[in-house]
Design a protein around this ligand. Structure first.
Ligand SMILES: [Zn+2]
Length: 339
């Protein structure tokens, strides 16, 4: 598995920044919007690449598993109404699900799938066209990922795609990894999230990292919540359950160290991130639910030392935090509550 390419690509993205600094500014601001979406798609690829690696290399730690291929899907409804014209110019995206990005080391890329391919069917099951919904809900994207997961339930599938007006049938073998879906969100928030299935990283938060290890640390913290079976919580319910949420935050930080090490990222990337990002945030991120950045650095330092000690005795040692895994983890998710 070639891991150099995404790493180098990640570094070049970090160097280039998110705003195309240094690129010629097009006269037409509509073209600028399309270029920014294309730049964001490179971050989608970077996120999928990091998430794919974390999910595959830590599969022995996960009770919920899925066959992974490294495909990032989108359709027109992933974009807010004001961005759809730019999305069409940038990607030619329509109502049918298509490939936005691929983890370069994932099996779909290796099998010849390419960004821009329109997904027609998987093992004969047709992908549904996205229906008009609330802007940016990604409802069609979720349906397409469900279709992919069903087709790959036996580890392999034949994907039928349309590329440049031609239909292609490509057999793909998947690899088993932890269950989690990774999504970059166009947002100015600096609050990433996990809800037991999705890991969502806002673009503004991604832009704050300075190395691949720092980015991996952000992703690994959210991914750890999913591995531990933590559910997403609304801001209000977080305040009512502050003690539980705080314990979950500490558990996710501690497990993230092991997940990073297991996927050959430097777990000290998390420390580098908090030491730089923490002071700039004042006390915004701390409070009853989240420990302050100094406390988080201390927790991470202690966990790295403990992991090194346990792995020196037994290279196959697993994180003691996994014993805290929610017993709900393997239970099916209940239907969303209706208001
Ligand atoms: Zn968290």
């Amino acid at each position: 598995m070639d891991r150099t390419r995404p790493f180098l690509k990640g570094l070049s993205l970090l160097a280039a920044g998110f705003c195309l600094a240094g690129a010629a500014v097009p006269e037409d601001s509509a073209d600028q919007a399309a270029l920014e979406l294309e730049a964001a798609a490179e971050w989608d690829e970077f996120l999928e690449s990091v998430g794919h690696r974390l999910a595959l290399d830590n599969v022995r730690l996960c009770s919920r598993r899925v066959w992974r291929t490294g495909i990032v899907v989108h359709d027109l409804h992933r974009y807010a109404a004001g961005s759809r014209a730019a999305a069409i110019r940038a990607f030619g995206v329509g109502l049918r699900p298509s490939i936005l990005a691929l983890a370069p080391e994932g099996s779909a890329a290796q099998a010849g799938l390419r960004p821009g391919d329109i997904l027609l069917s998987a093992d004969g099951a047709a992908f549904a066209e996205s229906r008009i919904g609330r802007a940016g809900t990604g409802r069609g994207t979720t349906a397409a990922l469900d279709t992919l997961d069903a087709a790959f339930a036996d580890g392999a599938a034949v994907l039928e795609v349309e590329r440049g007006g031609t239909r292609l049938r490509l057999p793909v073998r998947a690899e088993q990894g932890c269950l989690s879906r990774f999504q970059l969100q166009t947002s100015t928030e600096t609050n990433a999230g996990a809800d037991g299935l999705w890991v969502r990283i806002p673009t503004a938060f991604a832009r704050t990292v300075r190395s691949t290890d720092e980015f991996a640390a952000l992703v690994a913290h959210e991914f750890a919540h999913n591995v531990l079976g933590h559910r997403g919580r609304s801001q209000i319910s977080q305040l009512f359950n502050a003690g539980t949420v705080r314990a979950q935050e500490i558990a996710a930080d501690r497990l993230s160290v092991w997940l990073l090490d297991g996927a050959s990222y430097d777990p000290r990337g998390a420390i580098a991130f908090w030491q730089r990002f923490g002071p700039s945030q004042g006390t915004i991120l701390a409070g009853p639910t989240h420990p302050g950045w100094r406390r988080r650095v201390a927790i991470l330092e202690a966990e790295i030392a403990e992991m090194r000690r346990l792995k020196a005795d037994d290279p196959e040692a697993i994180s003691p935090v996994l014993a805290l895994r929610s017993t709900e983890t393997s239970a099916p998710r209940p239907p969303a509550r209706r208001r």
